[in-house]
Write a protein that binds this ligand. Structure first.
Ligand code: CA
Length: 362
């Protein structure tokens, strides 16, 4: 089996109700998708943050077998291809390998420890609302009503907003639902520690990206100063970028994103490094149905650590914001039931792509 063509799709979903994290407003959601086509009629789909150039594809991908995914990865990387684009190619290669062997990707990774994954609702962004606190409380209650046992809200908007709204959301959902907060790198060390001390009074599951992803020393200081788990690294690319974060235990939870860090091939290396350093892995996911399916296969394959009677849950980041490319790109959409998501069981990623969506948002 040889790769004969790669098609690239740059799509943009226009957001109807814009939302903000600690850094920026989101009015459009751009996605980079590739379709890798082989000579035996199997094609695979991948999602990254950018698409590779024609030259990079011709030099490193065309004519190779999809089973040479490590060789293709190194070839693209050594010639300067963005890791966000390599991610897309790599995911598509694993989709092809699974389809060729008639196995879901989680089986290629070594098998599924679970076929259902607990999801946490990601939402609770800042929006233009008359009463932002009331809007957040209503949204948090709606997630609890849908059966979610965990959710994450955005912070990083200054102490006044953060302290008031996290407390309001915690009061609204009660003590039994897990609540994480995410500052998207909007704070410096001093603010992260000052605000984090107040936020930690709300029994938080973790405090995500308090500061810039590359400030290893800053993360170490914050982790020592706060009585809450610290998470991050969703933007890091390539396993070596994670090295110091993991070796120096700058994080309690590392959150690689399969479409940013370098696909399945690179995610596995990062997970192994995290395991060696006793850092928990909870993947980041904020993309289309392709990234969602890929993340589910990775979550299926992550062992409980420690393998306790009642283990810390393997959590799927389940994006609740509007995005037709997540909800409609797979012909059979990946949905949650009472906050639980089933890992796709079909070969490869286990999803069939609705090509009309790529035309509609292309
Ligand atoms: Ca995040």
């Amino acid at each position: 089996m040889k790769i004969v063509d790669v098609k690239t799709y740059s799509v943009v979903y226009p957001v109807q109700d814009p939302f903000s994290n600690g850094m920026r407003w989101t009015r459009q959601r751009p996605f980079a998708i590739v379709e890798v086509i082989t000579d035996n009629g199997i094609s695979g789909w991948g999602e990254g943050t950018t698409v590779p150039t024609r030259r990079a594809i011709d030099l490193n991908v065309i004519g190779r077998s999809p089973f040479e995914h490590e060789v293709i990865w190194e070839g693209l990387h050594s010639q300067g291809t963005d890791t966000g684009a390599i991610s897309a190619i790599d995911i598509a290669l694993w989709d092809i390998m699974g389809k060729a062997l008639d196995q879901p990707i989680c089986n290629l990774l070594g098998g599924a420890f679970r076929d259902r994954v607990q999801a946490y609702a990601t939402g609770l962004f800042r929006r233009e609302r008359k009463d932002p606190t009331a809007a957040l409380v209503e949204e948090a209650r709606s997630y609890a009503d849908q059966g979610f046992k965990a959710m994450k809200m955005k912070v990083g908007f200054g102490p006044e907003y953060d302290i008031k709204n996290v407390a309001a959301v915690r009061r609204a959902i009660g003590d039994d639902i897990l609540l994480a907060v995410d500052a998207n790198c909007a704070y410096d060390r001093g603010s992260a520690i000052a605000v984090g001390q107040k936020l930690a009074e709300n029994d938080l599951l973790w405090f995500e990206e308090p500061i810039s992803s590359d400030d290893v020393e800053g993360y170490i200081e914050i982790r020592r100063a706060l009585k809450v788990r610290i998470s991050g690294a969703e933007q890091l690319r390539g396993h070596r970028a994670f090295r110091r974060m993991l070796q120096e235990r700058a994080l309690d939870i590392v959150q690689p994103d399969v479409s940013i860090c370098g696909g399945f091939t690179e995610f596995r290396k990062i997970a192994a490094m995290a395991s060696a350093n006793h850092v928990r892995v909870i993947p980041h996911m904020f993309g289309t149905a392709i990234r969602l399916a890929a993340t589910l296969h990775l979550l299926a394959n992550l062992p409980d650590s420690p393998r306790a009677n009642v283990p810390f849950p393997a959590l799927l980041e389940y994006d609740m914001s509007e995005n037709a490319l997540r909800t409609e790109l797979a012909k059979e959409p990946i949905r949650h039931t009472e906050g639980i998501v089933t890992v796709p069981q079909g070969p490869g990623l286990g999803i069939e792509i609705n090509r009309d969506l790529l035309t509609k948002y292309g």
